[in-house]
Write a protein that binds this ligand. Structure first.
Ligand SMILES: O=C(O)CCC(=O)C(=O)O
Ligand SMILES: [Mn+2]
Length: 193
């Protein structure tokens, strides 16, 4: 495990929490069996497609409000349960929901944001699992603007963000012109009542 030396943050990386064989199987299964959706957002009065596919899974009642849409979770499947068990053992915590992102090509991305929705509570723990192409996960401090870092999230890796990370740091997955394979990311979360 690597603990990053970042001010006002607690960020840890387990580079190969899933073996190559497990990761290959999970990658294929998630692409095939997750009910991927193309969400849209309104920007400047226009409706545009998000640059990725998404899905929301979790315990019943773990609703998530996102761009004004209230999303009901789909029920955990076997692969998600398997991933959840492994990371819960590693982090000694229980997650009740998961946002999945499917970056089909290098043109798919996620822009700067903090995981600070009020349903996550004050100091959320976010457990992030990646399969497929390695993409850089960029972090920047919101006040100390020279403080930046890039963490390559490889096939089978597990990244944990907790403590005050979401108060002080934004993160993103930039676009790339490189011809790369797809990538799946799962961010496990705890939705509070
Ligand atoms: O794809 C990633 O690694 C990041 C996903 C993310 O930041 C999110 O779902 O909030
Ligand atoms: Mn995020």
């Amino acid at each position: 495990m690597i603990k990053y030396d970042l001010p006002d943050a607690d960020v840890r990386l387990y580079e190969a929490l899933f073996s190559k064989q497990e990761s290959d199987r999970l990658y294929e299964n998630l692409i095939k069996y997750i009910e991927w959706e193309q969400d849209q957002i309104k920007m400047f009065g226009k409706t545009i497609d998000l640059p990725r596919l998404t899905a929301w899974y979790g315990d019943p009642g773990c609703n998530y409000t996102y761009s004004g849409i209230n999303m009901k979770p789909k029920a955990w499947n076997t692969d998600l349960q398997f991933i959840k068990d492994r990371i819960e053992k590693t982090s000694a915590t229980s997650f009740n929901s998961c946002l999945l992102n499917y970056y089909r090509t290098g043109r798919d991305s996620m822009s700067w944001h903090q995981d600070n929705e009020k349903e996550l509570g004050k100091n959320p723990i976010i457990g992030s699992v990646s399969f497929g192409a390695t993409r850089p996960f960029q972090l920047k401090h919101i006040i100390l603007d020279r403080k930046k870092t890039d963490i390559p999230l490889t096939h089978g890796s597990y990244l944990v963000m907790k403590g005050t990370t979401q108060h002080f740091w934004k993160h993103k997955i930039p676009k790339t012109a490189k011809n790369i394979q797809a990538r799946i990311n799962l961010t496990f979360r705890i939705i509070k009542e």
